[in-house]
Design a protein around this ligand. Structure first.
Ligand code: PLP
Length: 390
């Protein structure tokens, strides 16, 4: 409604992208469905004189989320894609062309790696994976044809926090665009464009949804890159569904509240886990024992509810006993919903630039909105089962 740069993030989340008096006074922009948009006259048609001209180009529903997100992310503009992975593909295809070389963090979301290794490779774009902790050392990997540096901080399984300012400084000096998968932090906990990132990707499927009931991706860009991003989006017409956008707009209004609660709950569980004898290490950045702690403290405004841990060595049977009897934690992919999840992971099978050598089985937790005492009781029983089988 109001576009005031001085408003604080929480106020922006409530007001951004809404125009009630364009919707008969109703608070929320409704779901516009549609392909055809009518032009009142021949002259208007010839001049494409209309705020919206065709369904793929946008509707008031898409525009509401695009403008709200740009405001919150501090971006020149945003495009919406039907999934987080589709958003990553759009960002990469905005910057890279045949004959180019790109640098991608070894901690990257695995389907992003698959996109680079298959589609981009087929299009003649070569990918080099780099150590996520490389920092300014990235300079040594830059070639004359390097056209993008892709970051993901933290890695959504192994939780390495990258030195974004150091990497951005090198990229800017060499005029190489940077793309950041910012899904873990969202712009609320890491304002990526303010840190000099050119294109930022958010899987709206996670915290923006918050309810595990939609798939959505967002790519925001600064003034240097938005025109090209928008042109790439228009060329694909890779549109998100109106229902999903509407639900994401609903999620947006409570995003800060839910993130702060996820942070509080996640940290409570992490602090309890640290004291367990079965646990070798907890990778939660707010814990001083977490390798990413210093960078997180320097650059981030909060921690979401996604973190990982390494168990001490145990048998497969003991791990199965731990996981299979859980009553409150679900086992499944994705995260950021109101319900708590746990999944085992093993980066050893696909990393190429770095050695991943955990002391024991690795687990990733997404902490939801249940009472933490109940979650702790569920985990306590799980550790008892693990111990009985080991
Ligand atoms: C889930 C996820 C994505 C992809 O989102 P989808 O909507 O599931 O395609 C991208 N990056 C990260 C870090 C994710 O966790």
């Amino acid at each position: 409604m109001t576009k005031d740069k001085n408003l604080r993030p929480r106020t922006k989340l409530v007001h951004a992208g809404r125009h009630p008096f364009e919707q008969h006074g109703f608070i929320n922009t409704p779901i516009y469905r549609g392909s055809t948009v009518l032009f009142p006259t021949y002259a208007d048609l010839l001049a494409r004189n209309a705020r919206f001209s065709y369904g793929t180009v946008g509707t008031p529903t898409t525009e509401a989320l695009e403008t709200a997100w740009s405001e919150i992310a501090g971006a020149e503009g945003t495009v919406l894609a039907p999934s987080g992975l589709a958003a990553i593909a759009l960002a990469l295809l905005t910057v890279a062309k045949s004959g180019d070389h790109i640098l991608v963090t070894d901690s990257v979301y695995r389907p992003t790696r698959n996109f680079c290794d298959t589609i981009l490779q087929r299009l003649g774009v070569e990918t080099t994976y780099y150590d996520p902790l490389i920092g300014a050392g990235i300079e040594s990997l830059i070639r004359p044809n390097t056209r993008a540096i892709f970051l993901e901080s933290p890695g959504s399984q192994s939780l390495e926090f990258q030195d974004v300012p150091a990497i951005v400084a090198v990229a800017q000096a060499k005029e190489i665009p940077t793309i950041l998968d910012n899904t873990w932090a969202t712009p609320l906990f890491f304002p990526s464009h303010a840190h000099g990132i050119d294109l930022a990707v958010e899987a709206g499927t996670k915290y923006l949804s918050g309810h595990s009931d939609l798939l959505l991706g967002l790519v925001s860009a600064n003034a240097t890159w938005f025109k090209r991003l928008r042109a790439t989006f228009d060329a694909f017409a890779m549109c998100a569904g109106p229902e999903d956008i509407f639900l994401a707009l609903r999620g947006l209004r409570t995003l800060e509240l839910r993130l702060r609660e996820a942070e509080r709950q996640g940290l409570a569980i992490a602090e309890w886990l640290v004291k367990r004898p079965e646990v070798a290490q907890v990778l939660h950045p707010a814990l001083p024992t977490c390798p990413g702690h210093a960078i997180w403290k320097r650059d981030f405004r909060g921690a979401s509810g996604l973190f990982s841990l390494y168990l001490n060595p145990c048998s497969q049977e003991a791990l199965a006993a731990f996981l299979d009897g859980l009553r409150l934690f679900g086992m499944g992919y994705s995260w950021g919903g109101y319900e708590s999840l746990v999944v085992p992971f093993d980066c050893r099978t696909y990393r190429t630039a770095t050695q991943f050598d955990p002391p024991g089985p690795a687990l990733r937790f997404s902490i939801g909105l249940e009472d933490p005492q109940d979650l702790i009781a569920d985990l306590e029983a799980a550790f008892a089962r693990l111990k009985a089988r080991n």
